[in-house]
Design a protein around this ligand. Structure first.
Ligand code: DX5
Ligand code: ZN
Length: 217
């Protein structure tokens, strides 16, 4: 069964605590927090202050997805705010190795992220040092986009590398995930599914978490 990570990007910001408690009690293991800088991606979202505010209200794993140019500038702030996992895009810095080292030096789990147009080979040299790989299943920047099925073969490729190279990392998918699109990704080796609009746009978010889990039994 896949772990579910609701993305607060699609939550009700005015009633954020209520939404977070709902998915927490509804069986989600991870809370996905999208950081957008208006440069690496067109949109702006929120910063370390949000992570700090959320930290005391849930025991869920806080998974910070940085869609930020030069992420090195903010890694310490997100770690100090209480992030459990920090993800940096390989496309966002010429120094991906250093960025991942910075995350690990803070005692936080390190994640490398690849866009749909980026091959697995681009992150091969750093796979030995990460706790999680995030395979974007849409182009980052917005919620509610359509899952790109061509990304699934990269999940299979990563899963194969785990076996052949003796590596150990979670494989997360993000973008357009629902109870249908999650199936092929899960079969290919995905272990964590981010879901924003599918969960929070529903009248009953808990039933959507359950639907994703049921589809991957
Ligand atoms: C998109 C973000 C996602 C977003 C997913 O750039 O990284 O985490 O919240 O939203 P859905 O699940 O609606 O595609
Ligand atoms: Zn995300």
């Amino acid at each position: 069964m896949i772990k579910v990570a609701p993305s607060i990007l699609s939550a009700d910001y005015v009633n954020l605590q209520k939404d977070i408690e709902k998915v927490d009690q509804g069986g989600a293991e991870v809370l996905h927090i999208d950081i957008m800088d208006g440069q690496f991606v067109p949109a702006l979202s929120y910063g370390p202050g949000w992570v700090k505010a959320i930290r005391p209200i849930t025991k869920m794993v806080l998974d910070v997805h940085m869609m930020v140019e030069q992420p090195e500038r903010f890694i310490d702030q997100f770690a100090d705010a209480g992030a459990d996992i920090i993800g940096v895009h390989v496309e966002s810095t010429p120094h991906i190795h250093r960025a991942l080292q910075m995350i690990k030096n803070k005692g936080v789990k390190a994640e490398v992220v690849i866009n749909p147009g980026t091959p697995v080979s681009a992150i091969k040299p750093v796979l030995y040092m990460v706790d999680q790989v995030l395979v974007m299943t849409v182009n980052p920047g917005f919620g509610g986009q359509k899952f790109l099925p061509e990304t699934v073969k990269k999940i299979a490729e990563l899963n194969e590398l785990k076996k052949t190279e003796g590596l150990n990392f979670d494989i997360e998918i993000d973008g357009g995930v629902n109870d249908h699109t999650v199936v092929g990704a899960y079969q290919a080796g995905a272990t964590v599914a981010v879901a924003g609009s599918y969960v929070f746009d529903a009248d009953d978010p808990v039933s959507r978490i359950k639907a994703i889990k049921d589809a991957t039994k």
